[in-house]
Design a protein around this ligand. Structure first.
Ligand code: ADP
Ligand code: MG
Length: 373
């Protein structure tokens, strides 16, 4: 009678409490956020700032990486190595440096510095125009000086001689950027600028290659200079002579052929491409605009942080999958046991806590992630 009912009621109550406790998807809820936060923290300790968990997912699925050349694969710290001119060298450098000084471009800074080092005082330019991705022009001491790519001079009706062309080719084949400069109807000299390839560029490209990721170099610089740098860093896909606004278009073209593209860049002119890419990675030593446009910031600009970030995202996703698997397996195995009365609510509670703890511990293993380079 009563006693039997009481007992049945008590065990039914215990069974249902055990089911409720065990069915609580605590571990399931912890599986992803624990791994993501440990992954993001581990990345930060390596100098990789990841803006949010969604970015990790993009990182883990990237199959193509496009690197900007200047300031990304190279240090972007430029230096004048050659000056060839049929003018008085001091006068030539003074006029060119005067317009370049206000161009705001790394090339301009290098040329202004070269003048400074030779004790040449700059004039006051009347007006200076920056031609994005092509060069600079400005009026100095009664002449209009043009400095930049061959096309900039030709478009402004300055004649370019065969010996100028030969000098350009010679500089470009040795990975120098050649700045052609002139005024009053013709080019009057060539300035060779050297940029240093970053120590980690080759290692990064090789590492990405081993991971099965395709690499590209993109630059506004000319084909010959770009090819010479590409050889040094082991990249075979080179997109050169690009106008700044076309960088984003090249990213979009690769995306529409089915690629999942990361873009790594440092400059103002890289911002649209950083936004267009599935994943924008900004070099921390670069411009503020680039840093704001990126989903990931590589603090010290070391290119090996690119494969490290991708590997770490992969490791984070493997951890999430393990966590979800165990949390799910635990629930599916334990719920029937609890429903059939094999689990005391106390043990169920202990088991539930254990499964949550094991998910957290598994996520914490990510802290031991070691970059390959
Ligand atoms: P990148 O894409 O490599 O960062 P930019 O788009 O800024 O380069 O410039 C592309 C090219 O335009 C340079 O390699 C250089 O030949 C030319 N150029 C741009 N600005 C200047 C300048 N101030 N003086 C001379 N040449 C310039
Ligand atoms: Mg750049």
């Amino acid at each position: 009678g009563m006693a039997a009912f009481g007992l049945a009621f008590q065990s039914a109550l215990f069974q249902s409490v055990a089911v409720l406790v065990i069915a609580c998807p605590c571990a399931m809820g912890l599986a992803t956020p624990t791994a993501v936060s440990v992954g993001i923290g581990r990345a930060a300790r390596n100098g990789i700032l990841i803006k949010g968990g969604l970015t990790l997912e993009q990182l883990a699925t990237v199959d193509t990486v496009i690197f900007d050349k200047t300031g990304t694969l190279t240090t972007g710290v430029m230096e004048v190595t050659d000056i060839t001119t049929d003018e008085d060298p001091k006068k030539f450098l003074q006029l060119v440096a005067t317009v370049e000084n206000s161009s705001g471009h790394p090339i301009g800074r290098a040329i202004a510095l070269a003048a400074d080092e030779r004790g040449i005082a700059l004039s006051h330019p009347e007006s200076v125009t920056s031609h994005s991705g092509a060069g600079v022009s400005g009026r100095v001491d009664g002449v209009t000086v043009y400095a930049g790519k061959r096309t900039l001079l030709e478009e402004n009706n300055l004649a370019v001689s065969d010996s100028d062309v030969a000098k350009l080719a010679e500089l470009e084949s040795s990975s120098r950027t050649a700045v052609l400069a002139g005024w009053d109807g013709r080019a009057r000299g060539v300035i060779g600028i050297a940029d240093t390839v970053r120590a980690g560029s080759l290692v990064a490209v090789e590492h990405l290659g081993r991971t099965g990721i395709e690499t590209y170099m993109i630059t506004g610089d000319n084909q010959a200079t770009a090819a010479a740098v590409a050889r040094q860093v082991g990249i075979s896909n080179v997109i050169a002579g690009i106008r700044p606004e076309d960088k984003a278009n090249k990213v979009a073209a690769l995306q529409s052929s089915g690629k999942r593209v990361a873009f790594v860049g440092d400059g103002i002119n890289d911002a649209p491409a950083l936004v267009q890419a599935d994943l924008g990675m900004a070099v921390g030593s670069g411009t503020e605009v680039a840093i704001e446009s990126g989903d990931v910031v590589l603090l010290n600009g070391d290119p090996t942080l690119v494969p490290t970030a991708i590997d770490l995202a992969g490791a984070t996703f493997r951890t999430i999958k393990q966590n979800l698997f165990w949390a799910f397996a635990y629930n599916t195995a334990a719920i029937p046991l609890a429903a059939l009365g094999f689990l005391n609510p106390m043990i169920a509670a202990g088991a539930m806590a254990f499964s949550s703890v094991s998910v957290v511990l598994n996520a914490l293993r990510l802290r031991g992630f070691q970059p390959q380079n």
